[in-house]
Design a protein around this ligand. Structure first.
Ligand SMILES: *Cc1c(COP(=O)(O)O)cnc(C)c1O
Length: 419
């Protein structure tokens, strides 16, 4: 295991002498040697690792979603709606809009990130093109429940596995139970090309349709190639506790001081969705980093399972983990507090402490100002409650046990005081 050694190196000369900041998620650190020139069949190597037949590389998870939905729309042109959980990444709504379709929001199940199945039944109908179960925080969503509904109305199931590359259900990769699925390779989601996405389907008809959709939607873009290359090199250098105060902590604290939590977590997306190819070089970087990913996922998993047990001892807190037959991945721990007040009180000290405690999506989708014209505002009590009560703790290997314990103490104290 190389990771503990790296941890010691980043702490040099002494932990207290240098400012340090933990990232909110466990991204796989890149090495300068990953950046050497070269070529490698990146998507093929990931497919081999996941034991899936084929993966289609796109420039982001959002782009993968646009390509997939455009293909589905061509196959079932009379359908124009896509059902998504009301608490998810705002890019999902933007991708649906970009594909010329309408998002329909399904409320969450009570105190859970899965869609409420009775509401899902009511929303699904002959206009439904696709339903998008979402594997949030590396946890495995209930795809089977979605499949029942989707097949009854003749809709596709597109698994959003943006946060779950490497997660398995019944020993097989997520994304294979539904008709299709996609992974994100954005910064903060584990393996990164700075931005990237992988599209997966077990259906040969969809596979061909995705390839056609790619050819008609995606263009080479030399300027974006350069921009992403520089961003990826910047990530390689800056993704370490000694430099994250500058690259992550400072903008975070500035946004929070300006009372802008949406900017603080990077939820402030514009309507423009880049749709371009991924350079050979970035694929080679990804292929080199990929060789370290399985060991990294094992190490983060061991750490997470221990910490989930610890968090379980705090009354009133729900921490999400795997059901039998599921084996998720662990970029961070997702938990809910008993009330918004308790969550906010805990974050008052923890969010700016540099310990990797943060929030996932700030709002239910209708509450983002920039989505107002794209999603309808409906009563979504469970999604809004989840947004108000949830927080995340990084599962970076740089978060040591003593610091994790200090986070637990704050949570314990907060719940104790406020209940
Ligand atoms: C990040 C994310 C996306 C979009 O992926 P990008 O690669 O950032 O475009 C979609 N869905 C979820 C749940 C995400 O977290």
């Amino acid at each position: 295991m190389r990771l503990p050694k790296r941890r010691a190196r980043w702490a040099w000369p002494r932990e207290t002498d240098v400012p340090s900041e933990l990232p909110p998620t466990a991204g796989l650190p890149l090495r300068v040697t990953d950046l050497l020139p070269g070529r490698a069949p990146f998507a093929e190597r990931v497919a081999e690792w996941l034991q899936v037949e084929q993966l289609q590389l796109e420039c982001s998870g959002t782009a993968a979603m646009v390509v997939a939905l455009a293909a589905m729309k061509r196959l079932r042109p009379q359908r124009d709606e896509v059902i998504v959980p009301a608490w998810t990444c705002p890019l999902v709504a933007l991708a649906i809009h970009r594909a010329g379709l309408k998002p329909r929001l399904c409320d969450l199940a009570p105190n859970h990130f899965d869609m409420d199945s009775s509401q899902l039944c009511l929303l699904a109908g002959d206009r439904t093109l696709a339903i998008v179960p979402t594997h949030l925080a590396g946890r495995v969503a209930d795809v089977n429940a979605t499949l029942d509904v989707a097949h009854r109305v003749g809709a596709y199931v597109l698994e959003d596995a943006a946060q779950a590359l490497g997660a398995q259900h019944d020993g097989r990769s997520v994304g294979l139970l539904g008709d299709a699925g996609f992974f994100s390779l954005a910064v903060g989601k584990g393996l990164t090309l700075f931005e990237g996405g992988l599209l997966l389907t077990r259906d040969p008809v969809l596979r061909d349709a995705f390839a056609v959709s790619h050819d008609s939607t995606i263009r080479p873009d030399a300027r974006m190639d350069w921009q992403r290359a520089l961003e990826l090199a910047g990530y390689t250098l800056a993704y370490r506790p000694s430099l994250l105060p500058l690259a992550y902590g400072r903008p975070l604290r500035k946004a929070l001081a300006a009372n802008d939590p949406v900017a603080a977590v990077g939820d402030d997306f514009g309507p423009d969705i880049p749709l371009h190819t991924v350079s050979e070089w970035r694929q080679a970087v990804g292929a080199r980093a990929l060789t370290r990913l399985p060991a990294f996922l094992d190490a983060t998993r061991v750490q997470a399972l221990r910490r989930v047990e610890r968090l379980r001892q705090i009354p009133g807190i729900t921490v999400f983990d795997d059901a039998p037959r599921q084996r998720g991945v662990w970029p961070f721990l997702l938990l809910t507090m008993p009330s918004e007040k308790a969550r906010d009180e805990a974050l008052r000290t923890l969010w700016t402490a540099g310990l990797g405690v943060s929030r996932l999506f700030i709002h239910a989708l209708p509450d983002y100002a920039y989505l107002r014209d794209i999603v309808a505002d409906t009563p979504l009590p469970n999604a809004r409650s989840f947004a108000a009560r949830s927080l995340t703790i990084t599962n970076s290997l740089w978060l040591n046990d003593a610091t994790f314990e200090s986070i637990c103490s704050v949570l314990e104290r907060t719940v104790g005081q406020l209940s």
